[in-house]
Design a protein around this ligand. Sequence first.
Ligand SMILES: Cc1ncc(COP(=O)(O)O)c(C=O)c1O
Length: 360
Amino acid sequence: MISIAKPWITQDEKDAVLKVMDSGMIASGAVVSEFEQAFAGYVGARHGIATTSGTTALEVALRAMGVGPGDKVITTAYSFIASTNSILYAGARPVFVDIDPDTFNIDMDGLRAALKANPDAKALLVVHLFGQACNMDAVMALAGEHGVMVLEDCAQAHGAKWKGKQVGTFGDAAAYSFYPTKNMTTGEGGIVLTNRDDLADRARLLINHGMKIRYTHDILGYNYRMTNIAAAIGLEQLKRLDAFNAARRKNAAYYNAHIKNPAVQVPAVQPEAEHVYHQYTIRVKAGRRDALVKLFEAEGVGYGIFYPFSIPEQPCYKALGFETAWPATDTVKLEVLSIPVHPALTEAEVAAVATVIGKL
Ligand SMILES: Cc1ncc(COP(=O)(O)O)c(C=O)c1O
């Protein structure tokens, strides 16, 4: 079986975890601080606040930005549900925008229209889906014109770039996930990055029960703290993130060159974007996706359908009365198929996946 995802854990991660275990300081502590500084430094942000997950990082970032009940946050209709759940957790309401069917990211004309129609919007939450940056020139220009804050969901885009600059450094804040399928992992975990001192201070309060001075709780916070165990894994993974991403890009380049089936469209990459292929997501045309899925199952190729539904049509969102017809998303969701691209694949496995697609 060729797996769709696989965390790459070496003896270095195991040794680092054992060292933390032996230290007795297994909850949040110095190793977390070291990881926060290392990851923020890698991306090029001033502050890093590590959390329990990408989901909690998104929620903390929005709350730190002052997003709350009555506020509107403009975002994409097509992502993992956590992107938008974070808006609901903060008590705000998402305003959905359709995607560009080529990049799978939020559509810029749609974003412009949503900003015009919602002059009271407080923030934009853009998602760099599958590892490709949104057009951050356009996002930041629109945000500036309309005076709204920007949160970047970088859960799938560690190390991705727009015009040579890392995602996560454009907006007011960014959130990352370190779930095991991601470009690097800490087991479970996340981080908020920001260049703004005020947001960093507030995020740090929020993840630790609103506490700066021991047992004085200034605001209502949470326990969203990362553990030293997770951070120790993260420090080792971060050392290899560039190599992981290079391997993903190499695998993607092989697919780009070898997938020739006319029913299959390989991912479109904007010339300004350095894609890090959290997923390599093809579009299978003319109702042929099920046939390719059957072939994959017969030949032992792992795959994923990310995502089979738009967020607004999910049962828990439908009940909230959102528009459920999003033409580009509704087309793409029937065609997408993500194929193995992770760095632990062998050359023979990548070649085998391309060969199976050739049989369609
Ligand atoms: C785009 C996106 N946003 C947010 C998340 C949430 O991250 P986590 O699973 O670490 O909570 C994920 C990952 O699952 C994701 O893919």
